[in-house]
Design a protein around this ligand. Structure first.
Ligand code: ZN
Length: 97
């Protein structure tokens, strides 16, 4: 049995495109910041936690980039400077970067 999308009422894995539309509508900001002790973190902001599974996305990015990181309050933080790679990966996921 397929899960039904609460927004459009269509099966999530076949007909529903809400998630794809939501991804395109996200206004994502990616920046690198310097933390204490000179550690660089890549910050991904602007994701809507109501439509994007941020934990899942963070997990994907961490495994793709082989780095540590956290996801909370709609913000993903990755250890190291990965701006270019993060942009590439988010584009592949269907996000408008
Ligand atoms: Zn839908």
């Amino acid at each position: 049995m397929s899960e039904i999308c609460p927004q459009c009422g269509l099966p999530k894995d076949t007909l529903c495109v809400c998630e794809n539309i939501a991804k395109e509508e996200q206004r994502i900001k990616i920046r690198a910041i310097k933390r204490k002790f000179g550690k660089i973190m890549t910050i991904i902001e602007g994701l809507d936690p109501k439509v994007i599974n941020i934990k899942e996305l963070a997990k994907k990015l961490k495994s793709k980039l082989a780095c540590g990181g956290t996801a909370k309050d709609g913000v993903i933080e990755l250890q190291g400077d990965h701006i270019t790679q993060v942009k590439e990966e988010l584009k592949k996921e269907g996000f408008n970067v």
